[in-house]
Design a protein around this ligand. Structure first.
Ligand code: PEP
Ligand code: CO
Length: 449
């Protein structure tokens, strides 16, 4: 237990983070322009509503009790240029396919959370990047600057926060329109692109699952149960709460004086900005949205408990998801200590596994990549460790795109190390492509059945 006054005891405001050390923030040179942009953002309507945020928290509370399962996925760094019909459709399609397979595997209702419609700010290991003798500030996400390697692009521009808000709004609007318009209708066979299965050693097992899912849908219809549940799904949005001026400007008080962040339903505390006394923990402890906390090898379990104590002093079910990202080589050694400490603390957390961020490596040609084998191995080990400890893996957190990129190695589609350069488009970390993501869902479903 720490002796830091909790929210009820100590004043919190949307600005109180400003008195703390804020890591990973860009430097805004033109402070007048910054204030002007934040002033405009403060007048903008919420992107998501209090009712939706509260509903997600309730659903996550169910997941923490094993009654639901969470699929949290999407881009590492969304780009403003990703705000197109086809990119949004293909990403939603992958998430829906995965969630169907996972529903089959877990036999539980799924909670779908997209790293979508606002995942525009990135933490970076270095402040500067050097190319051919030229040194420039790093790219920190479209909310801050642009990827192109020139001084103009890398300049921190506060107008981008307003542009980010509008791109998030347009993306979310299209997501909602697709769902309302029946895109999630399970009867559309074109939802399934299973060509990757042809060359898979697991082809039979995958085909069996698809047949079983299709049979179940047909059966439901035959008995007259073809209600809305086969046509409509919920999808929630999320991003890393990194760029604090932006998050602050989209924080509003509800009629009962409760602060909510209205830029997304769900926000998470990044691994690099989780200092207990620092600005990000201070900001996140005050808002009512459900919060994810990334945990991995560089953190110790005592610190994690202190962070949870501070963000969730009331031990509220659904408030905290711990998203573990230890890497396949460390997870079995390190996860148990964390689980035991959290169990002892009595916080009713939901455990999710991010098998991506602890498994990043550099390929021979210098490109960052991840191997499907390591990704699945971390999931498998996490699942086993929770089983041994009497807790459970209630969700997965995956970086993916619907596009046919070649950023991660492995899977039945046969992306090899030498293929990486063919379609390597990520602005930050390597993502699973649509086929790899769906294959991962089949593997997870087999594991969880
Ligand atoms: C991310 O989720 O993109 C990320 C940067 O993860 P982490 O904070 O766990 O490194
Ligand atoms: Co990432």
């Amino acid at each position: 237990m720490n002796d830091y006054p909790t929210l009820n005891q100590k004043e919190w405001t949307p600005q109180s983070w400003r008195t703390r050390t804020a890591l990973q923030q860009p430097e805004y040179v033109d402070l007048l322009k910054l204030e002007k942009c934040l002033g405009i953002l403060r007048t903008k309507p919420p992107l998501v509503s209090k009712g939706e945020i509260d509903r997600l928290r309730d659903e996550l509370a169910d997941a923490a009790q094993g009654k639901r399962f969470v699929l949290h996925g999407g881009d590492c760094a969304e780009r403003f240029s990703d705000c197109t019909a086809s990119v949004i459709e293909s990403k939603l399609k992958v998430l829906l396919q995965m969630s169907l397979v996972l529903t089959y595997g877990t036999r539980k209702p799924l909670i779908r959370i997209g790293r979508m419609a606002g995942q525009y700010a990135k933490p970076r290991s270095n402040n500067y990047e050097e190319q051919n003798g030229v040194t420039l500030p790093v790219y920190r996400g479209d909310l801050v600057n642009a990827t192109e390697f020139n001084a103009e692009s890398r300049h921190t521009n506060s107008q981008r926060m307003i542009d980010g808000y509008h791109h998030a709004a347009a993306s979310l609007n299209y997501l909602r329109a697709l769902i309302e318009g029946g895109f999630a209708d399970l009867h559309h066979p074109e939802l399934w692109n299973l060509s990757f299965m042809e060359s898979s050693p697991n082809r039979k097992a995958y085909q069996k699952m698809v047949d079983a899912i299709n049979d179940a849908i047909t059966f439901m219809e035959t008995i007259g149960h073809s209600d809305d549940s086969l046509r409509r799904v919920e999808i929630y949005t999320s991003h890393e709460a990194l760029l604090l001026p932006y998050e602050e400007a989209l924080t509003r008080y509800s009629a009962d004086h409760t602060p909510y962040n209205h830029s997304a339903h769900y926000l998470w505390l990044g691994y690099r900005t989780s200092g207990l006394e620092d600005a990000h923990v201070e900001y996140l402890r005050g808002i009512r949205n459900p919060i994810g906390i990334k945990a991995g090898s560089a953190m110790d379990e005592e610190t994690l408990i202190q962070i949870i104590d501070r963000i969730d002093p009331d031990r509220e079910p659904g408030r905290i998801t711990i998203i573990t990202r230890f890497g396949a080589d460390n997870v079995s050694k390190q996860l148990p200590r964390f689980v035991q400490a959290v169990e002892k603390s009595g916080h009713p957390v939901l455990w999710s596994c991010d098998p991506m961020h602890g498994n990043t490596e550099t390929a021979a040609d210098g490109l960052k990549t991840r191997r499907l084998d390591s990704i699945f191995s971390e999931l498998e080990q996490t699942f086993e460790q929770h089983n041994k400890l009497g807790t459970f893996m209630g969700g997965v957190h995956i970086e993916l795109t619907g596009e046919a990129v070649t950023e991660c190695i492995g899977g039945s589609g046969g992306v090899t190390e030498s293929d990486l350069h063919q379609c390597y488009e990520t602005a930050c970390d390597p993502r699973l492509n649509g086929a790899q993501a769906l294959e991962m869902a089949f593997l997870i479903a087999r594991l969880l059945r």
